[in-house]
Design a protein around this ligand. Structure first.
Ligand code: HOZ
Length: 426
């Protein structure tokens, strides 16, 4: 590898812990030196040596239109010229809220925040404030940001680095968090029958993307909705990753479920920092300044992020947008599966909209334990061989991947050529 990435990483490690501003970037589980990125354009990113990569990370999900989309860059520039932040209401944030509430009808009102972590943390507080109950159910391998009570048996970087539960979180702070197996209806029933009166809410990634990609089964989803209704708990759909990524109304639109609270992030900021949470009005009325549940943020509803978000949501509502994105992503995963078969490698892949999972296992995982049983050593080799061939995948076997509308047939073909060579070497 060229020296410039190594030089940059060594310099970074002196002043930034582990050389990165978020752990999964560090190549910690796959080994080697992270590429230091210089710029991006469309489906490609370029590192500091000038090497080009077809990018399937897309800044971990937000870049559904690809890098530096001209329309997004233009609105960001135009908006920035009029002021970067006001800490006061703007007309544009109303426009974004109207757009989101129209596209995701379970969210009658939304509040904008600056990250997915803030969105889920606030959603949990709201669920407790609304129900007056303390306990939250989450599922092993789901990641809902890094707030204390949710960092228990979590996915994403926490899982990648073998610390699904973080140091620095006193057990008192997680004593109200109940962790259950994903897609396990029996366990869910049992938890509600034992502690139903104390459960404020159940938070779930309805299509999990932080333990690779794992879909909630229809039975599991309907059990969640029914049990929450029966016990007066709130169903919280964490759609930070899936919102406006798997379809125009998110995973809830695909599954036909009406959650009580939804959290969003990533795509809604168009590549700028942004998160949101929303629910029906009676729940949102509990928030300050109307209600007693406090939640705030200096940069919440930041005008530059809002402008990027509005333009992104306008573009993804164009006819055929999700049909095309879904087809291209499907072509990628089907092609990868074929290549693996050609070389007799145990591998499978799946996708929903513009989000995909690739697994070194014989069948598509349905639970955290299935994901853990996949061949991580093989993934690590695969990752590096693909990287050498100019394909940038998430540097972890536990992260979903993302295709953007900028990915062309030629990108998919080049990726499959790289996969052909790679699988031959595994
Ligand atoms: N949830 C994202 C990855 N699964 C966040 C990216 C990060 O942790 O840096």
């Amino acid at each position: 590898m060229s020296n410039a990435n190594e030089v940059a990483f060594q310099k970074a490690k002196k002043v930034i812990p582990g050389g990165v501003n978020s752990p999964v970037r560090a190549f910690g589980s796959v080994g080697g030196t992270p590429r230091t990125i210089d710029r991006g354009a469309g489906s490609k990113i370029y590192d500091v040596t000038g090497k080009e990569f077809i990018d399937y990370v897309g800044s971990w999900g937000p870049l559904i239109l690809g890098h530096a989309h001209p329309d997004i860059v233009r609105v960001v520039q135009q908006t920035a010229e009029r002021g970067l932040s006001f800490g006061a209401p703007t007309e544009k944030e109303i426009e974004l809220a109207e757009m989101i509430t129209r596209l995701v009808p379970s969210m009658e009102q939304i509040r904008l925040v600056s990250s997915g972590t803030e969105a889920t943390m606030s959603a949990i507080r709201l669920a407790r404030g609304f129900t007056g109950k303390p306990k939250i159910i989450k599922f092993e391998g789901c990641y809902h940001g890094h707030s204390d009570s949710l960092l228990v048996k979590a996915g994403s970087g926490a899982l990648t680095f073998g610390q699904p539960s973080s140091a620095g979180v006193p057990s008192e702070l997680t004593s109200h968090t109940i962790v259950l197996d994903y897609n396990n209806v029996e366990m869910l029933n049992r938890a509600f029958s034992e502690a139903g009166d104390e459960i404020a809410g159940v938070i779930i990634e309805p299509i999990a993307g932080n333990m690779n990609l794992v879909k909630a089964s229809p039975d599991f989803v309907s059990a969640l909705r029914n049990l929450c209704d029966r016990y007066g708990a709130l169903l919280i759909y964490d759609e930070v990753m899936t919102g406006f990524r798997v379809g125009i109304s998110g995973a809830q639109g695909i599954q036909g479920v009406t959650p009580d609270i939804t959290t969003l992030g990533k795509v809604i900021g168009g590549g700028m920092p942004m998160g949101a949470f929303g629910a029906r009005r009676e729940i949102m009325d509990r928030l300050a300044p109307i209600g007693p549940v406090y939640q705030a943020g200096t940069l919440s509803g930041n005008p530059v992020s809002v402008a990027a978000g509005i333009r992104t949501l306008q573009l993804i509502q164009e006819p055929e947008f999700f049909d095309d994105l879904t087809k291209v992503t499907r072509r990628l995963v089907d092609g990868m599966t074929e290549m693996a078969k050609k070389h007799s490698v145990d591998f499978c892949a799946d996708s929903v909209g513009g989000m995909f999972g690739m697994y070194f296992s014989r069948s598509i995982p349905e639970s955290f334990s299935d994901v853990m049983a996949s061949d991580r050593e093989r993934f690590n080799k695969f990752f590096h061989l693909m990287l050498d061939r100019g394909v940038y995948l998430a540097p972890s076997a536990f992260e979903a991947g993302f295709v953007s509308s900028a990915h062309s047939e030629a990108d998919i073909a080049a990726t499959l050529d790289a996969a052909d060579e790679t699988f031959a070497k595994l």
